[in-house]
Every structure is written in structure tokens, then in C-alpha cells.
Write a new protein. Sequence first.
Lengths: 112, 110
Amino acid sequence: NAGVTQTPKFQVLKTGQSMTLQCAQDMNHEYMSWYRQDPGMGLRLIHYSVGAGITDQGEVPNGYNVSRSTTEDFPLRLLSAAPSQTSVYFCASTRAKDTEAFFGQGTRLTVV
Amino acid sequence: GENVEQHPSTLSVQEGDSAVIKCTYSDSASNYFPWYKQELGKRPQLIIDIRSNVGEKKDQRIAVTLNKTAKHFSLHITETQPEDSAVYFCLRGYGNKLVFGAGTILRVKS
């Protein structure tokens, strides 16, 4: 099993550009989440999903969209990138509620 | 509300000393209390967890204790080593949301 795979690892965007961060898991986990981690700070929840076709907002959803068309994939879309979205983004999955969360390796995004 | 307070934000200890990190949470239906470790430039990884039917769990040099009455749980690291230097996070589930504490930077000085 590859676990949770995120692509790309690094990305530089210009202000106003859009892009999609990819996240895929091969563990048949129902729950998937996206977090952002700013320098020296904790992980803040952007969006999450409890299964295919079901998504909901986290703590900091503005400027981001998600969809969950399959159990395996949970892409995060930046609609119009802003410098405030410069961060490291982590995708995570869990088999069910109250179980271990597995993280992808992270995507370091810089918006200039 | 969904609140997880983690203290301290930074902690420096001498190699061989103990370290304790505490998380205080607001009401939650979750009976699961995990701790994650994040080394510099790496992804967070689970190091220990506990469920509410027990008050303490140990795994070699690390342990987690739970006080449900006071609504806090703590991570204990004994005989600290340089490789314990990292950021540590607690995690709470609120419904289907997973909310992390703000993190504790642990520095072990040799």
C-alpha cells in the first residue's frame, strides 16, 4: 500500500492563478481531510469528507473548494490564489471516526 | 464549541529529563485521545493513543494519561533523547471534524 499520496510536493503560483492539489489513498478509508500548516503554527482544517459525495467545511474554508467523487480521491482546488494561501498543505485519511489519521507527505505552496 | 488548548507552546529540556505536554478540550462525544509527532519537514505521525475506558497507557518511554472529569489529557516523555526533538500535537474529534491542538515545540538539549 502506498498510503496517502499527495501531488505535487512543491508549487509556485502567481496571484490569481488557480490550481488543484491532488490527494489519493489506497486504504479504502472513508474519512479524508485537508489541513494547512503555516510556519511555526499548527494544522488548521480546511475541508473534510466522510465518504464519496459528502464534503463539509472546516475552520478555514474560504478560497478553497473540494469534491469527493470516489472513495480514493479528495482534490483541493484553489480558485484564485492569494499570498495568504502560502502554506504547507497536508491531506489525511482515517478508516472511520476515532481511528488513526494517516497523512500525505505534504505540498509546499508559495503564492507570489 | 470545538476547542483544543495545548500547553506549553515550547518546551526545552535537558537530555535525560522528562517532558509533559497537556491538552484541554471542550465537550466532545469522542472517546479517542491521540498524540502525533511531527519532525522537521516531515508529516505528522501517530505516536500513542488512548481510549476513555482506561486512564493511562504506556509505550516504552512515552505515556498518555487521561482525566475525563477535568477534560484534559497529557503526553509524558521520560528519559528524553535528542531524537525526541519535534513538534507534538494532540487531536480531538468533534463530530466528523478532527481538530488539532496548536502544537508544542520540544527541544531536547544534549
